[in-house]
Design a protein around this ligand. Structure first.
Ligand code: ZN
Length: 447
């Protein structure tokens, strides 16, 4: 029987798109299954032009936008394409966290393949499915416990919580018949749960792993401005101290830490944080997974309100929030009372909000990764039109370049594979153990 191997089917020289196959004899596990954001998928599918919902895997395979892995896809997703359906040959999928670049292709997977997730991630995925068009498919969902090993054939997977810009993120230790590997998922070293990240890498070091599969989002040149979460709070406080008529903010919809930062800053400035119905739904779903009173709850926590936008229909999941929700006209009349979180997709509300010129707009997300970012261009057109004052205030969900090198040295892994990065070679200064992986190539764990 051949020895254990690792294959990278995505996440190679790109930020996102992780798909990592670990094989040991007959046992096969996939870690994460997300779309490759750019450039590949977007070369063929954009906005209005998407794979057909009847056979999405067939439409993606046409352009090699998915790996040709037998025994992974559902019969429905493959449709009548030339890549044929075969019964499951992958025995489990482990999900590191609920971000789209790791999870969004789960809906293409054969419904007989079990998907292992953390308890909180299961809740996040359900909240996302309820309140967006994203669907993860039906699977035997298996919820794992922190640091408790799970056996899949000869493989043992131990999930460790790590800190990232979405809660309930995990790294994994994987023990095979011959040797061990660690997969980091996405993590940061500096957030509110940094102790979890440190404990994971301590375990990785103790295990003396043969292979470390490490994310490197911020490896190499990183001109983007980055604060700590406390730094974001301080910067928001400074903006609100100037007592603007209305303050606007825009953040990642599932960055619970950031929502808590904005909420506490708003309350400290005697304002109310106003969030979308989608954020309200998410907060109400995840709150029970946190210690009591840690998460502001719509309808319960003072200082948190819900924004109701002008639209023709309201969904069932929005209804619990609508009676008490604030329309844009109210936010406009009493701007000084509010910090309004407004997604780019909801910018037409600005036409009703009529924020006074010079009103601060807190961009509490990553700066664009490329200079010709379309969304960024459109956002600035709107900000210019309304004369809003732009503030870049973000704490990254990822460890910095120097931190990554330090971790690589400290873990002492025999071979290091940088993934989820555009600059894998930036790891090479950490020593000769670093090996930049190639897409689809099979790497023996002992090699
Ligand atoms: Zn990611």
């Amino acid at each position: 029987m051949k020895g254990p191997t690792v294959r990278f089917l995505g996440g190679v020289r790109e930020i996102g798109g992780n798909k990592i196959l670990v094989e040991d004899g007959p046992d096969r596990i996939l870690f994460d299954f997300g779309p490759s954001f750019s450039p590949r998928v977007e070369e063929f599918y954009v906005n209005f032009l998407q794979p057909r919902s009847t056979n999405p895997a067939k439409d993606l395979l046409e352009f090699d936008l998915l790996p040709r892995l037998p025994g992974l896809y559902s019969r429905d997703a493959l449709g009548d394409g030339e890549f044929p359906y075969t019964p499951p040959e992958v025995h489990a999928i482990f999900l590191s966290h609920a971000h789209a670049d790791h999870a969004a292709y789960l809906g293409l997977v054969d419904p007989d393949i079990p998907v292992y997730v953390g308890d909180g991630t299961r809740t996040l995925l359900s909240a996302i499915e309820t309140s967006t068009r994203t669907k993860y498919g039906t699977h035997p969902w298996r919820v794992f416990s922190d640091r408790r090993g799970i056996r899949v054939g000869n493989l043992e997977v131990v999930p460790y919580p790590v800190d990232h810009s979405i809660p309930f993120a995990y790294g994994f230790l994987v023990r095979t018949r011959e040797g061990t590997l660690a997969y980091t998922g996405d993590f940061r070293h500096h957030g509110p749960r940094a102790a979890d990240t440190h404990a994971f890498f301590d375990a990785v070091a103790r295990e003396k792993v043969d292979a470390l599969l490490i994310e490197g989002t911020r490896a190499g040149p990183d001109p983007r401005k980055n604060l700590t979460e406390a730094g974001v709070r301080g910067a928001v406080d400074r903006v609100l101290t100037s007592n603007p008529e209305l303050a606007l903010a825009c953040t990642y919809p599932r960055d619970i830490d950031r929502l808590r930062t904005l909420y506490s800053a708003a309350v400290a400035a005697d304002r109310e944080l106003v969030v979308s119905t989608r954020t309200a739904h998410l907060l109400s779903q995840v709150a029970p997974r946190f210690p009591r009173d840690e998460i502001p709850l719509p309808g319960t926590s003072s200082g948190l309100r819900v924004h109701v936008r002008k639209k023709r229909v309201s969904y069932l999941w929005e209804r619990p929030f609508l009676d008490e929700a604030l329309p844009s006209e109210e936010v406009r009349r009493n701007g000084r009372k509010y910090l309004l979180a407004l997604d780019l997709a909801h910018f037409p509300e600005l036409i009703d909000l009529r924020p006074p010129r010079g009103c601060p707009f807190l961009h509490s997300m990553s700066e664009p990764f490329s200079e010709d970012d379309v969304d960024d261009h459109v956002m600035h057109n709107w900000l210019d039109h309304f004369g809003l004052e732009f503030h870049q205030l973000h704490a990254s969900g990822h460890a910095s370049g120097p931190e990554l090198l330090e971790i690589v040295r400290a873990t002492g892994a025999r071979t290091v594979y940088p993934i989820h990065t555009e600059h894998p070679e930036a790891f090479e200064t950490a020593g000769p153990s670093v090996r930049c992986p190639e897409l689809g190539r099979v790497y023996p764990l002992s090699g």
